[in-house]
Design a protein around this ligand. Structure first.
Ligand SMILES: Nc1ncnc2c1ncn2[C@@H]1O[C@H](COP(=O)(O)OP(=O)(O)OP(=O)(O)O)[C@@H](O)[C@H]1O
Length: 356
């Protein structure tokens, strides 16, 4: 893995001014993405996944929002880039796919025209050539009879086909980075798998991917590395295998325990994480997860730093590092996980079943 990250986000902080005062929803988030890797970002609703990526892309345009920190992409600080240069980065070097494909498609133009225009926005090619490439891309993403389908309007496509069209648009400029926010959530399972395959293909062609999801199952199928977010902060971050086989943060334990699995033991009830997600504006001074954590102790009133800890053997450095933000003693994590589970019955052993 090359040393220089493609995207390097340091101490990102996003606050909204509301009638109740300033509310911080992303609180000192740092992470990086290496060229060609797939980073899965996972966490419950409201954990700040979307807002942090929208901040990275400079798409939070409300006058009530404040974004602080550093976002380096290929060495340039995106937060300091003039608008025009930022627009060139978005769409050409960084592509985006959102849950609702209609956010990227305009209802009044044909799908082929929109992909062709996206190509022409970044490259000097004739209309005819751009259209031919758009047809080729639609065919690449599995749209049958792409030549005639290119002349259809978005409402004439199914949800899965629209998402494919948006991915075709992303593919059109061969982005170094694709940020995909819940791209499969609205789709049925078969189509979901096809869209994940397309992301893998895009990745195989050299694009790094940040995939936001609340679904640990999706992460287990596709991510090289995983960042688990809670309360606008990173709770844990590491290679997929390390996070699935040796999760270190009690919040990650909860997420993994609450994944329903086909073929797993029959559960009398699906375990859930007790308590409510932390509300923006009421982030505790210390560990954000402490109010819901069965293992909280005095030290949790102090904010834990995302770090490798003192464990040693199973952690590496750089992209291989497995970090967590928890004060529990490193050596006792495995037995503590069992202790914390014993209060819940019928909890499956997910580490053994994680995708290798
Ligand atoms: N414009 C806004 N003004 C105030 N608060 C906002 C605004 N946009 C988002 N938030 C708050 O920021 C927090 C993080 O939202 P975000 O959408 O990033 O969460 P998420 O982890 O992506 O969840 P989901 O999976 O539901 O999309 C939420 O509590 C949300 O209510």
């Amino acid at each position: 893995m090359p040393d220089q990250p493609l995207l390097d986000v340091r101490d990102l902080r996003v606050s909204f001014r509301t009638r109740r005062g300033s509310v911080t929803v992303v609180d000192g988030l740092s992470f990086s993405v290496s060229p060609g890797e797939i980073l899965g970002v996972v966490g419950e609703s409201g954990s700040g996944k979307s807002v942090s990526m929208l901040a990275v892309l400079r798409l939070l345009t409300s006058p009530n929002v404040t974004v602080e920190g550093e976002v380096r992409f290929r060495g340039r600080d995106l937060l300091a880039l003039p608008d025009k240069e930022m627009r060139a980065v978005r769409g050409r070097e960084i592509a985006m796919v959102f849950q609702d494909p209609m956010t990227a498609l305009t209802p009044v133009y044909t799908v082929g025209w929109q992909i062709a225009e996206q190509i022409r926005a970044h490259e000097k090619v004739s209309r005819k050539e751009a259209h031919a490439r758009a047809v080729g891309l639609l065919s690449d993403v599995g749209i049958p009879d792409a030549a005639s389908r290119a002349n259809a309007y978005p409402h004439e496509f199914s949800g899965g086909m629209r998402q494919r069209a948006v991915i075709a648009m992303a593919l059109s400029c061969g982005p170094a980075l694709l940020i995909a926010d819940e791209p499969t959530t609205a789709l049925d399972v078969t189509v979901q798998a096809q869209i994940l395959d397309l992301m893998r293909e895009l990745n195989a062609q050299g694009s790094a991917v940040v995939l936001i999801t609340h679904d640990m199952g999706v992460i287990s199928q596709i991510a090289d590395r995983v960042m688990v977010m809670y309360g606008g902060r990173a709770a844990e971050e590491g290679p997929r295998r390390a996070v699935f086989h040796g999760p270190r943060h009690p919040y990650t334990w909860g997420l993994l325990d609450s994944v329903p699995r086909v073929g797993g033991p029959r559960l009398r009830r699906l375990p859930t994480i007790a308590g409510m997600p932390v509300a923006p504006g009421s982030l505790p001074e210390g560990c954000a997860f402490a109010p819901r954590c069965r293992l909280r102790h005095e030290r949790c009133e102090e904010r834990p730093v995302l770090s490798i800890g003192s464990a040693g053997a199973d952690v590496g450095s750089g992209a291989d590092a497995h970090r967590d933000a928890c004060w529990l003693p490193d050596d006792d994590r495995a037995s503590l996980r069992l202790t914390s589970r014993s209060a819940a019955t019928d909890v499956p052993d997910l580490e053994r079943e994680a995708t290798p």
